[in-house]
Design a protein around this ligand. Structure first.
Ligand code: AMP
Length: 218
């Protein structure tokens, strides 16, 4: 099974993808995480994308398409969850061509719908475990034991450089202008399903599972 999670920054795509990975044996392919790993490794690509990412703008389609093709080829799980890709219509078209060439079917595109006002708050307060990437929020989703990750016990946490007010504004604009036009593209293909991303985290997971169980016939 192969799915895309679509939605603006802060909609909860990463949080949900991590939950679905284990249950369905899928690989989370998160392009933002891949780019951050490139930066952390000090690679040429990492250096090239640094300024664009920190400003909250989109990296070029060409770079992103090459990056994702490489990962899809290396995935050895039962399928993938794309998180953060595609983000433009040319990326969606390139993905289609890439999958067709490999005989891979895209089963569903799940849109997490959220209020934009909530996103600014979510992004401004979020932090992640430096070891396993689990997401938290300063006000409404802190680790159960202060300073210790619920999932892996890690004690180091990170805030993203692009979770600052000016970059958040640019990222939301990029979503509205460049990513939202993908929705009609998948609606026309009849694989788009929208769910309420404002529900509590467990409720969002249940909605997604309902859709995926429909695909697998469970
Ligand atoms: P994310 O972690 O998905 O919020 O992505 C962080 C940043 O990485 C974005 O603001 C972009 O600068 C870049 N990025 C990630 N995925 C893409 C993509 N598919 N196309 C263009 N830029 C991307």
């Amino acid at each position: 099974m192969n799915i895309i999670l679509l939605g603006p920054p802060g909609a909860g795509k990463g949080t949900q993808a991590k939950r679905l990975e284990e249950k369905y044996g899928l690989a989370q392919l998160a392009t933002g995480d891949m780019l951050r790993a490139e930066r952390a490794s000090g690679s040429e690509l990492g250096r090239q994308v640094q300024a664009v990412m920190d400003a909250g703008k989109l990296v070029s389609d060409e770079t992103m398409i090459a990056l994702i093709a490489n990962r899809i080829d290396r995935t050895d799980r039962k399928g993938f969850i794309l998180d953060g890709f595609p983000r433009t219509v040319p990326q969606a078209e390139a993905l289609d061509a890439m999958l067709a060439k490999r005989g891979i079917k895209l089963d569903r595109v799940i849109e997490l719908t959220v209020d934009e006002s909530a996103l600014v708050d979510r992004l401004g307060g979020r932090f992640t475990c430096a070891t396993c990437g689990a997401s938290y929020h300063g006000r409404n989703h802190r680790p159960k034991h202060e300073g210790v990750c619920d999932i892996c016990g890690g004690t180091e946490f990170l805030r993203r450089a692009d979770d600052d007010p000016s970059a958040i504004k640019t990222r939301l604009e990029a979503y509205r202008r460049q990513t939202a036009p993908i929705l009609p593209y998948y609606r026309d293909k009849k694989i788009l399903e929208a769910i309420d991303g404002m529900a509590p985290i467990d409720g969002v997971t249940r909605q997604i599972e309902g859709i995926l169980n429909g695909v697998t016939g469970d």
